[in-house]
Design a protein around this ligand. Structure first.
Ligand code: NDP
Ligand code: PYC
Length: 342
């Protein structure tokens, strides 16, 4: 939490987010699911996908491309596949609608996948893999975005920021979860640096001439870079393919064309894969999950931390304190709500 931040009660933050989204025109179900994701991110201090995203939601709804009334349609496509057509609404209601079928198919088959298609997607993926891992399943999630990221060795955008998230169930503990963009940073993180007037580290992006830059505005106009050079580049390509052609939806470059310069939240698909340890292991689940714990201990016992540890600590701290929000952002959101009501 930064020095110019204050705490809102959970109810106040929920009311503010819900009222903005309803006033912008979303249905109550979309407003509820979008608010759920945004507040989870804000409470866990994942600010690039927290309350600040409401500004992008309002801009996206005003631009008139998203269907604010979209009702997701579930298709039981195959024994191990559920498809959810978001019908050009936000991804989050589609995820909520398809999740019970994904979980039941995974328990029946041992492995199942959910393809969400034709969705507007702005959110962090960890709430999704964490929710699946909380049911005792292992989960992976992938999504493209807009082509903002250059391949390793190139200078022109070809990939999205393409996040990859993983969740693993732990006995008596919150799941082991990681979730990161395959670009060196999420685009939202660069936008937050721009808003704060702060430089970005070298290695995050190139300017439009293909030179290293620390200027967030130049970075947003140029090309972002993948993390880990060719490794992040290959993972990013994999995500384009898995959550694009494999499920019949747009890759990041196609989603950018579909945007027609509106500059709103990307529209594309998302792929979620779930695996049931019981089907793989029969009676040996407890013993094998215990073996996984020894891996986690080998990390933490030497003073390193697990991914999500910071997030879970923030969640617990803010459970008592409230939802942290920067004073300037809060004022901006209140102005946006007042304008929407005018
Ligand atoms: P980060 O680079 O901040 O990395 C996030 C992951 O790495 C978290 O799991 C984090 O755990 C873990 N981590 C960070 N530091 C350490 C450390 N020292 N030791 C161990 N683990 C560590 O995230 P990004 O900026 O790449 O992505 C942020 C978010 O943006 C993600 O939630 C992603 O889903 C979202 N995103 C969404 C997109 C979309 O199209 N919808 C596109 C791109 C990104 P912890 O949280 O505990 O710090
Ligand atoms: O931060 O890169 C990002 C992002 C893209 C779409 C949603 N978040």
């Amino acid at each position: 939490m930064s020095s110019n931040s204050i705490y809102l009660t959970r109810e106040a933050a929920q009311t503010l987010s819900t009222e903005i989204l309803l006033a912008a025109g979303l249905t109550p179900d979309h407003a509820r699911t979008v608010t759920g994701s945004i507040l989870a991110a804000q409470q866990d201090e994942c600010y690039s996908h927290g309350l600040y995203r409401l500004l992008g939601c309002v801009q996206t709804i005003k631009a008139g491309k998203i269907d604010p009334n979209a009702v997701p349609v579930v298709d039981d496509a195959a024994p191990g596949i559920v498809r959810v057509d978001a019908n050009y609404g936000y991804s989050l209601l589609a995820f909520e609608t398809g999740l019970p079928k994904l979980v039941s198919k995974t328990r029946q088959q041992g492995i199942a996948a959910m393809a969400i298609t034709r969705c507007y997607h702005f959110s962090a993926l960890w709430p999704e893999v964490e929710a699946i891992a909380e049911t005792g399943l292992v989960a992976l999630a992938f999504t493209p975005s807009h082509s903002w990221v250059a391949p390793a060795g190139g200078t022109k955008p070809a990939f999205g920021t393409n996040p990859l998230a993983f969740g693993w169930p732990r006995p008596e503990r919150r799941p082991f979860v990681f979730d990161f963009a395959t670009s060196a940073s999420a685009r939202g993180e660069i936008e937050l640096h721009r808003r704060a007037g702060k430089p970005i580290p070298i290695g995050w992006a190139l300017d439009s001439e293909g030179r290293d830059t620390t200027d967030p505005t130049e970075a947003l106009q140029g090309a972002m870079l993948t993390f880990g050079g060719h490794k992040g580049s290959a993972l990013s390509a994999m995500i384009e393919l898995l959550a694009g052609p494999l499920i019949g939806d747009m890759m990041s470059a196609e989603s950018m064309v579909f945007d027609e310069g509106a500059g709103v939240t990307p529209c594309h698909g998302e792929l979620i894969i779930a695996l049931d340890p019981h089907s793989f292991l029969g009676g040996g689940v407890a013993e094998n999950l215990q073996r996984a714990e020894s891996l986690f201990h080998s990390i933490t016992d030497q003073g390193a931390r697990l991914p999500s540890q910071r997030r879970y600590e923030a969640r617990d701290r803010n459970e008592a304190l409230g939802i942290p929000v920067q004073a300037e952002l809060l004022a901006e959101l209140e102005r946006v709500l007042a304008e929407l009501r005018r």
